[in-house]
Write a protein that binds this ligand. Sequence first.
Ligand code: FAD
Ligand code: SIN
Length: 536
Amino acid sequence: MADHAFDVIVIGSGAAGLSAALNLDPRLKVAVLAKGALSDGSTAWAQGGIAAVLDVGDTFESHIEDTMVAGAGLNNRATVEFVVENAPAAIERLAELGVPFNEGESERWHLTREGGHSHRRIVHVADATGWAIQQALEKAALGRPNITLVPDMVAIDLVTGRHAEGASEERRVWGVYAVSRETGRVSLLTGRATILATGGASRAWLYSTNPRGSTGDGIAMAWRAGCRVSNMEFNQFHPTCLYNSKVKNFLITEAMRGEGAKLKIPGNGPGGGRRFMKRFDPREELAPRDIVARAIDHELKRLGLEHVHLDISHQDSEFILAHFPTIAERLAQPDIGIDITKEPIPVVPAAHYTCGGVVTDLDGRTDIEGLYAVGEVTQSGLHGANRLASNSVLECLVFGLAAARDINDKWDNMPPPPAIRPWDESRVTHSDEEVVVHHNWREIRRFMWDYVGIVRTTKRLERALHRVELLRQETEEYYGHFRVTPDLIELRNLVEISGLIVRSALARKESRGLHYTLDYPDMLPEAVDTILTPGG
Ligand code: FAD
Ligand code: SIN
């Protein structure tokens, strides 16, 4: 794509980006960028579903309370209320777009249950909810003549006043520089408003449930442009990722525990087959994720195990296959070879969800004029210290609409971009040492797993920070000399967000929600966000 002027640039084609694009005024020329295929983000991988108060016995107050309890009181109550109260309408919009939510026996939709929810309130499309949502949103976007979908276009950095030809408002975003995977050419894409919807950063860890692209690009870009970033120490580890030497990154949905699956110690020896969650929480398998993941981690370390078991084989096989057809089919394939109706599934915790991110308000606005952020890239105040299951696709839908509405309302007063300098490649050459990029990628993910995992200590965090600083120097030097490639862009962003995560973790002198440190095991009386300010 050559340099191009749009009205609005949306970076990201998951639930957040496409929801925003579909709700923008159809008169606006909108570009939606994805760094790979349109369906490559986490949205398409979502299994469990979307939380909303839809059952007659359920209440907004209860969903709000469950969200705040999971978030260990760090949530912003106004944000929680805003999202929870807008949830039923968000589900309705998806149903109108053709998402085939499973029907209930007496209610309109079947509602499943997940950890931390005190009611059944998760609508789902069997165990492949995200795929159905992604397809419906893409189909709707393809039908809109004002929306241009641009896959394989990797955003490098936001365009700000600093990039203007003449004098311009510095603290304003005017679009993005992005490189095409196909041609390697960097384009300047300008717009009056830019929406970051780039997802999370869980690929900073060696083991993750996320697709490869979850490298925190949007958080790093916003930080470099001057936005505050908050609560990065709270990365959620999902308790049950498949443990398999060949198949990595395959999630076993929490809905399986919601439908009765039990966690057990593996093996036929003493203790083998025994359940263990009761020792950690009275809610047992349905405790919030931080508690379940820490309990598994504790048992793995205590007993020297490689994995624990998740077992649903006591349920009727027809019931299992009706609720979890995708998981059953995938695990039955020869490379895994597990019949979940008869055998337990080996599982381990893995990095799953980034609760922190770019600071936003209830309209999805960031600190910088012209820049919005929605979805997993944000710290909107919804999740606090730990996200409640199935609240995140919901956040994408609610804030996608909110940001689009704000842009529609303010459009007439948004100034057009000034003349912007094109990307300058005159001083760089092609790299002859790609190995540096791949080595550093692997190194980050390894030390983040070992030093910035489920249980932390100050000493380990300091070791991690030292490594981040070394890698930052090396990566910046490399970036300054060689042409940008998608891998180099991701590495640069991973270094940036690893630094933000470790600095946030070091700043928190307590254990709360997902951040657990042996040096400060207690929770302080007051819940305070960690806020990092560029240059601060
Ligand atoms: P994503 O869907 O991740 O989309 C990010 C987009 O940004 C992609 O299009 C990507 O290409 C693009 N992008 C990123 N960087 C760049 C760049 N530099 N340039 C251009 N484009 C870029 N949540 C729930 O609520 N319920 C669930 O059941 C559930 N299950 C899950 C299961 C799995 C296995 C995983 C991984 C997550 C699950 N989640 C679930 C979390 C949820 O899926 C995500 O939080 C949510 O989908 C994020 O949506 P998003 O639009 O913010 O980002
Ligand atoms: C799952 O299905 O367990 C994932 C749900 C979520 O991450 O919200």
